[in-house]
Design a protein around this ligand. Sequence first.
Ligand code: SF4
Length: 162
Amino acid sequence: MNEAPKHKPNCEGQEPTIFDFPEFAPMAIDICVGCKVRDWCLRQVDPAKNFYDGVAGGHAWHDGRVQRRWSDPDTDPIAQAYLGTRPKRRGPIPINSPKVRDFMVGKIAWNRLTIAERQEAVHRMAKQGVPQELAVNATKLPAIQVAGIYKNTTIKRTEGNR
Ligand code: SF4
């Protein structure tokens, strides 16, 4: 993870939110056209495993699935490689990583974590009642993805903490 791309990504310098929201998907996919690091991009995101929401590697993904409304993975061997077996249940990623623990107490920065570990950190933040915007800022995951994790996390808070 965290390997450097061998070429400049087409999206470098673009507004990142274009890649987060479905209404901008066609625009983001256009930016991906001809990008020389699509394979690298999909290796970083690994959409199916990470339930990715947003545009990556020239396709729009929701919950780790390609949105065929905008692109067809059947004609794209690069995207095919990242459409592998999905875990059956959505929920906390049972990685229990010591890196996530270190991140949660501020010992290491977000860029030392894999995407799965960042998602696990968001899940823990949701459980702890950390405001969603803080989780987005801290993990640098797309806001839509963080919102999805918050929605799918059972927040065990007492009445007094609400
Ligand atoms: S393929 Fe990935 S790195 Fe390239 S422009 Fe699209 S989102 Fe950016």
